[in-house]
Design a protein around this ligand. Structure first.
Ligand SMILES: Cc1cc2nc3c(=O)[nH]c(=O)nc-3n(C[C@H](O)[C@H](O)[C@H](O)COP(=O)(O)OP(=O)(O)OC[C@H]3O[C@@H](n4cnc5c(N)ncnc54)[C@H](O)[C@@H]3O)c2cc1C
Length: 306
C-alpha cells in the first residue's frame, strides 16, 4: 500500500470536508482520515438553522450528505482510522492501523462539549438539553431555561439567552461564580437572570421534552424539582488534540494556535475548525477555516516543488 499523500486531513467534520473540497479542486492527492462517522459533531443535532442558504433550516444529515457527495465526486479517498500521533520532522502521522507520510497536513479534529453525566442528559439532548446558546437560543422564546456552570462561558450564554427566554436561572456548585467581574456585574443587572448557588443539577426529567431539572442544595442537602423548558450545559468545550500534545503549540486548554493562514507552529501543518483557538465555534466558520487551510496547504506544497 502506498502510504504517501500530498495532503492528509484528520477529521471529516465540516472543516475537514471543506478542506477536502478545496484540496480536490486544486488536484492535490488527498486522504481524509476519520475515526468515527463522516460529518462530525453537528450530526448530534437534527437540524441547523443558522447555515446560510437554507431559510427555515436544513437537516444535518442532508447538509453533511451534500458536503460528502461533493467531496467524493472529486475522487477524494476516505479512511476509517484513528490518528494517534504526529512526527513533524518525518512528516508522518501514526494511526491505529499504521503510518502515513504527507506533503502537508491539515488537522480538523474538532472539539466536544463536556457533559454533566446525569440521568436524562443523553435522552433529552436535542429535546431541551443544549450545549450552545448561539445554536439553540431562538427555540426558547418566552420560555424558562436553566444554565449549569460558573465560568465566562455560562455568563455569556446566560446574557445571550435573555434576548429570548423569560427566565434564565444559573446553577453553580460553588457560592461564587468564576466568571469575570465585568460579566458578573452585567448578569446581576439583568432582571431575567437569577442564581442558584452552592447547588448542582443531578437529573433532567420530562416527557417528550425537558420539563424540569432536579437540583440538589449542597449546603442543606435538600433536593427540588425545578420546572424549566430547557437546560444549557456550559461546563467546558474540550478540543480533540490530546494526540498532538507536545508536537505543536496550543493554549492551556489544548486548542491549537494558528495564524490567519491556519498555519500551526510546525512547518506544513495546518489546523482548522473547532480544534483551533478562536472566538466562535460554529459550522459556518469551521467551513471557512477549512477553505483557508486547504489553500495554504496547496501553496505550501506548490512552493516546495518549485
Ligand atoms: C448538539 C450540537 C448542536 C450544534 N448546533 C449548531 C448549530 O445550530 N449551528 C452551528 O453552526 N454549529 C452548531 N454546533 C457546532 C458545530 O457542530 C461545530 O462547530 C462543527 O461541527 C465544527 O466542525 P469541525 O469540523 O471543526 O469539528 P467536528 O464537527 O467536531 O469534526 C471533527 C471530526 O474529527 C474526528 N476526529 C477527531 N479526532 C480524530 C483522530 N484522532 N483521528 C481521526 N479522526 C478524528 C471526529 O470524529 C470528528 O468527526 C453544534 C454542536 C453540537 C454538539
Amino acid at each position: 500500500m502506498d502510504n504517501k499523500r500530498d495532503l492528509i486531513i484528520i477529521g471529516a467534520g465540516p472543516a475537514g470536508l471543506t478542506a477536502a473540497l478545496y484540496a480536490g479542486r486544486s488536484r492535490l492527492d488527498t486522504l481524509i482520515i476519520e475515526k468515527m462517522a463522516t460529518g462530525g459533531r453537528i450530526l448530534m443535532s437534527e437540524a441547523i438553522e443558522n447555515y446560510p442558504g437554507f431559510p427555515g433550516g436544513v437537516t444535518t444529515v442532508e447538509l453533511i450528505g451534500r458536503m460528502e457527495n461533493q467531496v467524493k465526486d472529486l475522487g477524494i479517498k476516505f479512511e476509517n482510522d484513528e490518528v494517534t500521533g504526529l512526527d513533524c520532522s518525518g512528516s508522518k502521522i501514526i494511526t491505529s492501523g499504521g503510518e502515513y507520510s504527507f506533503g502537508a497536513l491539515i488537522i480538523a479534529s474538532g472539539a466536544h462539549y463536556r457533559k454533566l453525566n446525569v440521568p436524562g442528559e443523553k435522552e433529552y439532548t436535542g429535546r431541551g438539553v443544549s450545549y450552545c446558546a448561539t445554536c439553540d437560543g431562538p427555540f426558547y422564546k418566552g420560555k424558562k431555561v436553566v444554565l449549569v456552570g460558573g465560568g465566562n462561558a455560562v455568563a455569556e450564554e446566560a446574557l445571550y439567552l435573555t434576548r429570548f427566554a423569560d427566565s434564565v436561572s444559573v446553577v453553580h456548585r460553588r457560592q461564587e461564580m468564576r466568571a469575570s467581574q465585568i460579566l458578573q456585574e452585567k448578569m446581576r443587572k439583568e432582571k431575567k437572570i437569577n442564581f442558584i448557588l452552592s447547588s448542582l443539577v443531578n437529573g433532567i426529567n420530562g416527557g417528550k421534552s425537558v420539563e424540569s431539572v432536579r437540583i440538589k442544595d449542597l449546603i442543606s442537602g435538600g433536593e427540588i424539582d425545578f420546572a424549566c423548558d430547557g437546560v444549557f450545559v456550559c461546563v467546558g468545550y474540550e478540543p480533540e488534540t490530546q494526540f498532538l500534545k507536545g508536537k505543536i503549540d496550543m493554549d492551556e486548554a489544548g486548542f491549537i494556535i494558528t495564524d490567519e493562514a491556519m498555519l500551526t507552529s510546525a512547518e506544513g501543518v495546518f489546523a482548522c475548525g473547532d480544534c483551533r483557538k478562536k472566538s466562535l465555534y460554529q459550522v459556518i466558520n469551521a467551513c471557512g477555516d477549512g477553505a483557508v487551510a486547504a489553500d495554504s496547504a496547496y501553496k505550501f506544497i506548490a512552493d516546495r516543488s518549485r
